[in-house]
Design a protein around this ligand. Structure first.
Ligand code: AMP
Length: 396
């Protein structure tokens, strides 16, 4: 394995796997280019060191071969603008014509390959397809953290054709560095805030976290399965009855491991799932029938804030209320504020996994935390303790 910071790109064609799976509006204009910007440092490094970046990515979910709306050509102009250099588009991601374009690239010129998923072999992790992709470059850089949990041809299988010339890009490097700060050498106390709708989707993460954290805040819809497991009356709140036993086991394990498990003691309950529903603050173990807990209550907010503000490391995954409704966003806002306050005092804070990122962006606090992960599923699998094929392929 090589390091991008010390690799000699001079005269080399560098195949870079990025995640340019960006959203478009109906006029095929990019509505959020965060993923493209995230890969710029890696692309620029190759150019600065005299190499030629060859960009490969998937875009959307094409079903049966090429489809214009999923063509990478819709990305080329924007990328050229961001980089300030000419960017060419290849007719395909494999084949002679593409290979020829790649070979003829001059130093500093950028080539974007056509959508990898126009070939079903990509997602199948087909080795012959990976070999054809590999034929376009002299080295392989994996900078697509968002797809690192997939053993696809371009994200993992391709590695075997670059035994001595494979490396992570800057984005994956910084994602891994941030995750290590949380999972391997955290400044104590380490607090994980797990929220969101369902226990079932986060259960493996919670179990894995119990071995690492000092404090575990369980909030949002998933807390009610735990509260019911304790014998509380949760009214019409979200609950996964199949996970009551799991919730009990987790409580037991947390006690055994000395992890402080923090849950709402009071909740803001609503008489319907709507921003305009009637509300009342009630004890979290005594929610009247017909009412559902949609946010943490004021007492809970104070308790959660205190734990977060005293933490040395914080991981936030999932809102503690229905933050999309303004009237039920107070809990999540308070969490975000506490994380920002702790970060100001020197704590390391990592926000990741979909909705908590949406939260922190909505509250305009993205610049006031230590790191925001770009990944969804890949981050969750990493937090579950799983080996990610796209990471393992580079390290091996
Ligand atoms: P997840 O994708 O599992 O992280 O869940 C995020 C979703 O959980 C968000 O859309 C929130 O609105 C929702 N959520 C958070 N708290 C609650 C709650 N108490 N009841 C219902 N949904 C909730």
């Amino acid at each position: 394995m090589q390091k991008i910071g010390s690799y000699d790109f001079s005269g080399k064609k560098a195949l870079i796997r990025v995640d340019f799976n960006v959203p478009f509006n109906e006029n095929m204009e990019i509505t959020d280019d965060t993923r493209i910007r995230a890969a710029l440092p890696t692309i620029k490094r190759v150019i600065e060191k005299g190499g030629s970046p060859i960009i490969m990515s998937h875009l959307g979910r094409p079903k049966n071969g090429p489809e214009d709306k999923f063509s990478m050509r819709h990305i080329v102009d924007h990328l050229a603008q961001l980089l300030g250099v000419t960017v060419k588009i290849a007719p395909d991601c494999i084949g002679e014509a593409t290979k020829k374009m790649a070979q003829e690239l001059k130093a500093g010129e950028v080539l974007v390959l056509e959508n990898l998923r126009f070939h079903k072999e990509e997602e199948k992790g087909d080795e012959a397809f990976a070999e054809q992709l590999a034929a376009n470059g002299d080295c392989w850089i994996n900078d697509a953290f968002g797809t690192a949990h997939r053993a696809h041809a371009s994200t993992a299988i391709i590695a075997k054709f670059f035994a001595n010339d494979k490396m992570f890009g800057y984005l994956i490097d910084s994602e891994l560095e941030s995750l290590k700060k949380v999972l391997e050498s955290p400044a104590r106390p380490l607090t994980a805030i797990m929220g969101g709708a369902k226990v079932s989707s986060k259960i493996t993460i919670i179990e894995n976290m119990l071995d690492k954290v000092d404090n575990l805040i369980v909030g949002g819809g998933m807390a009610f399965t735990f509260l019911k497991a304790r014998g509380g009356n949760i009214g019409n709140s979200l609950c996964e009855d199949d996970f009551i036993e799991t919730a009990k086991t987790i409580e037991k394990k947390a006690k055994e491991k000395g992890v402080q498990l923090i849950m709402a003691t009071d909740v803001l309950a609503a008489d319907g799932f709507s921003n305009d529903a009637n509300t009342q603050t009630v004890p979290s173990n005594n929610i009247p029938d017909g009412w559902q807990g949609l946010d943490a209550g004021p007492e809970s907010i104070i308790n959660m804030k205190k734990v977060i503000e005293e933490s040395g490391t914080i991981l936030w995954n999932g809102p503690v209320g229905v933050f999309e409704f303004e009237n039920f966003a107070k809990g999540s806002l308070a969490i975000a504020e506490a994380i920002v306050a702790a970060t100001k005092k020197g704590a390391f804070s990592l926000i990741g996994g979909g909705d908590s990122v949406a939260c922190i962006n909505k509250f305009g606090m993205a610049d006031d935390v230590s790191y925001i992960s770009t990944a969804g599923g890949a981050l969750l699998e990493y937090l579950e303790g799983k080996e990610l094929p796209g990471i393992a392929a580079v390290l091996k």
